[in-house]
Design a binder for this molecule. Sequence first.
Ligand code: TTP
Ligand code: MG
Ligand code: MG
Length: 429
Amino acid sequence: MWCSNSGKKTGPAYSQRLILHVDADAFFVSVEQVLRPELAGRPVIVGGEDRGVVSSASYEARRFGVRSAMPIVHARRICPHAVFLPPNFEAYKAFSSRMFAIMGRYSPAVEVTSIDEGYVDLTGTLRLHGAPLWEVASRLLDEIRSTLGINASGGLAGSKTAAKMATNLAKPNGLLYLDPARSHLMLGRLPVGAMPGIGEKAQHVLEAHGISTVGDLAAAPLQLLRRLLGRWGPKAAEIASGKYGSPVFCDEGRAQKSYSMERTLDRDTTDYAAVRGLVRKLAEKVAAKLRADGKAAWTIGLKVRYADFTDVSRSMSLRRATNSNLEILACVEELFNKTISRRSPIRQVGVRISGIDEALFQDDLFRPYSGKGSDLDQVRDMIRGKFGFETVRVSGCTASGAVIPSPSKGPLLGSRLGFTCPEAKRPRA
Ligand code: TTP
Ligand code: MG
Ligand code: MG
């Protein structure tokens, strides 16, 4: 699909802000189809095991109603002839970095927003490329296609939000150019839920107050929006009106914006002690990744999915960014205690750490801070890195997820320091 709304023969002015948003089509599935060409053109679904959810569905599978985040059991019911595959993250990461490397050849300003998606700021590159920027955008998508063998769609517009909405309209395998001067006219007619940042819940709230399109949102009274959406309300209106354009954050964008892990339990359970242990284990693993990257986080979040698929998410922001195991565990404990008030079976839990910052704090002026955490955290990370996660247990959590009632009852090594070492395991040969 190709679409230009400008109707003009000439391209955008040299200095006009133009941002290209790129998002790979059915990314995980497309990579699988490159690795196994016999799957091309077939309904293919990548997702967790039977109790998991769909991560990515080929457009052939989507015709049967399969969508991301749908339980695999449901997908099997509505599309039984699809090929179901477990995820292969290493391959996806390799394709992802090759895709962003291609994008980086078209402009130095590239913001990575997810594994298969990002922005390229093409502003000011008209002379460099010597061609209209929509042609340049088209060339970029072609290069992804011919080099990696996967399709990507794109949106070229005057702001990141408009570009992302254009990509969504262009999918699959399309490119949509929206003339910055007039894009709000087209985007204004879209349902309010089409705007990035307006989730399902916000959409329902807005619709209940007669705000059903992006244009309605742009024109809504700010006071009403503040009441309905909090501080995000007026900003959302500004974005909807096309007046706000956040820059392409190249350096920050390349860095990971959050660290998260989630686990679906083998069976729905009301054994909250076991779930609590699992949550602590996830938090420790995520915290270790954060330290390994020399980062710290401002916000710690917990998600609980109940057996009926209702999700409860809670997060807390800290007074300073941290990567300390104990501080992160303390937050997760507090969130868990606040969240598990409903006495219903739990299906899945997840821990998400966001508001990522450089770990710049330094307690010892005479020793440069590595960002890898306190001595205790570094020792624990090192032992776990060498001998496996289970070789060190932080008080309060066993390998099976059950809670140790008192730290003093655990084996002694390290317990004074806040963790226990159940056994000195040898590395596997
Ligand atoms: P998306 O870009 O949202 O989805 P997609 O690439 O599969 O399909 P399309 O963009 O054409 O609509 O997500 C990129 C990848 O992230 C996706 O292939 C798998 C993963 N993912 C999940 O694991 N869980 C999810 O709920 C979503 C939405 C994506
Ligand atoms: Mg995608
Ligand atoms: Mg995406």
